[in-house]
Design a protein around this ligand. Structure first.
Ligand code: FAD
Length: 471
């Protein structure tokens, strides 16, 4: 019997896709990577996943795990050899249980993030992971990439929101680790090893995640700013004045919002006058556990101080939930507007906030000197020291010319990140996009240990080969 026949026997013929029906699984969200595959398997249970992995191990078939396929580093796209099996987790999409006394929820890997948030709301709880792709990304993909998003400042990234994992190992065994414990010091932290491993060590099939109280009130404001230094100072004021109630602090360059307004004419800039064309904007969010009055008082006090100190040109505080949503919608539309303008070169970097403005000025200057006419498209989660320091073709380059010079642009920006003691991947991961860059920027001992871990957990090398680790 052939591999495909055996696969069909285990999970049902209709859940093994081949030919044209594989199309949507073979290209990444950005359209930067396309691959080919032997087939796409869509198992529905952990046991089926384990059977598929055992079969792949027996036939030495490489496995590319895939969730919502919204990753930005090509991690879920197979190569062009047509030898790999894409293993889609989309049918593992049950909320298995909610424990409101322990404030935990057990969810299967293929649950769409938005559905997980809604399930928490249905029990008057908050699951705070939030990102612009939340309508299509899955919790398994979020954990495999250790996703960040807009609430990291207060709640941490996907790793911080997880207590336990169920994983199918590269040998097809099931690791039962769904404990909902906040304390468990019984040895090595395997959960944290699988989180962020981008499918190269095993397949996450379910997770026990943390729930939080829903905030009683939230306030959102958009501030127009002259400089990035001002943004950093406003962040310091907001941290000081709002402490743990500050749940989001996003930085947006003026041209990003202009691009959104151009692509989506139904969206509106909430300012009039010079603030409509400010160089920078900051989107702030406060979540309060007392009352709306309490929230507004604290929020207005901090924004008032920033205005008094001349750090802010103009400020708009949302009066209603609809206005707050509209402000967030502006921010969340940036990646889509960016995509509509064509392919860009993305740098998802983290830099200590204390040197962020210096990094931006020096890198902008070096880029313009080396590639006059390129356009910076900079936005991100300033509160976490994470910028999406992206580069678009601007007026001087065609898309092809830009992509041809990708390696030079990467080197310039990432060398600068390295000089400022930053990281070349803050939240999107490594995938195929950045794996060959690791030897230049990552500590060599860390890399050696990573390779040894990979050998120990996946000796046949079938788990997502060609991702994360350099050749
Ligand atoms: P996929 O793209 O399917 O897979 C991503 C990686 O995880 C691949 O390596 C894949 O092999 C592996 N994988 C997937 N599922 C599993 C599993 N169950 N077990 C093991 N490995 C698995 N990311 C952020 O961190 N913050 C943001 O703010 C953010 N904003 C975004 C905005 C937009 C518009 C888009 C398109 C993407 C954004 N992303 C962001 C990136 C992306 O959404 C996240 O990386 C997300 O966590 C990926 O989830 P997914 O289910 O789509 O995973």
């Amino acid at each position: 019997m052939t591999f495909l026949n055996e696969l069909e026997q285990r999970i049902g013929q209709q859940h093994v896709l081949t030919g044209q029906s594989m199309h949507q699984y073979l290209e990444d969200w950005r359209g930067r990577y396309t691959g080919t595959a032997l087939a796409v398997a869509r198992p529905a249970t952990t046991e089926e996943v384990a059977q598929v992995v055992r079969l792949c191990a027996q036939h030495r078939v490489p496995i590319v795990p895939q969730g919502g396929n919204t990753g930005l580093c090509g991690g879920a796209t197979p190569d062009n050899s047509a030898t790999a099996l894409v293993l889609s987790l989309e049918r593992l999409n049950k909320i298995r249980s909610v424990d409101t006394e322990n404030d935990t929820m057990v969810v299967e890997a293929g649950c769409i993030l938005q559905n997980v948030q809604q399930a928490a709301r249905d029990h008057q709880r908050l699951f705070p992971l939030s990102l612009a792709a939340e309508g299509s990304c899955t919790i398994g993909g979020n954990l495999a990439t250790n996703a960040g998003g807009t609430q990291v400042l207060r709640y941490g990234n996907a790793r911080d929101l997880t207590l336990g994992l169920e994983v199918v190992t590269a040998q097809g065994e099931i690791l039962h680790g769904l404990l909902g414990l906040r304390k468990d010091n019984t040895g090595y932290d395997l959960r944290n090893l699988f989180i962020g491993s981008e499918g190269t060590l095993g397949i996450i099939t379910a997770a026990t995640i943390k729930l939080y109280p829903q905030p009683v009130a939230a306030c959102t404001a958009l501030l127009a700013l002259n400089t990035i230094e001002d943004a950093v100072q406003v962040l310091a004021l907001a941290r000081q004045g709002l402490a743990a109630s500050l749940t989001g602090f996003e930085l947006i360059a003026g041209n990003c919002l202009q691009a959104v307004l151009h692509c989506y004419p139904d969206q509106r800039m909430p300012f009039q006058g010079p603030a409509e064309k400010a160089a920078w904007y900051a989107l702030l969010e406060l979540s309060d556990s007392e009352s709306l009055e309490h929230a507004r008082e604290r929020f207005e006090s901090v924004i008032g101080q920033a205005l008094e100190q001349d750090l802010v040109q103009d400020a708009v505080i949302a009066e209603t939930i609809a206005q707050s949503k509209a402000l967030w919608h502006l921010r969340e539309s940036i990646p889509l507007a960016e995509k509509a303008y064509g392919k860009s070169i993305k740098h998802d970097v983290s830099i200590p906030v204390s040197v962020m403005s210096q990094f931006v000025h020096e890198t902008d200057k070096a880029l313009q000197e080396a590639f006059p006419g390129l356009e910076n498209v900079t936005f991100g989660h300033l509160g976490d020291g994470n910028l999406h320091y992206n580069v678009a073709r601007g007026t001087a380059f065609t898309e092809e010319e830009l992509l041809k010079r990708q390696d030079e642009i990467y080197a310039l920006v990432h060398d600068s990140v390295h000089r400022f003691n930053g990281s070349i991947s803050a939240e999107h991961g490594v995938g195929q996009l950045k794996r060959q860059l690791l030897p230049r920027y990552k500590d060599p001992v860390s890399l050696t240990l990573m390779k040894q871990i990979k050998m120990a957990l996946d000796p046949l090398g079938i788990m997502n080969p060609g991702k994360v680790l350099p050749d």
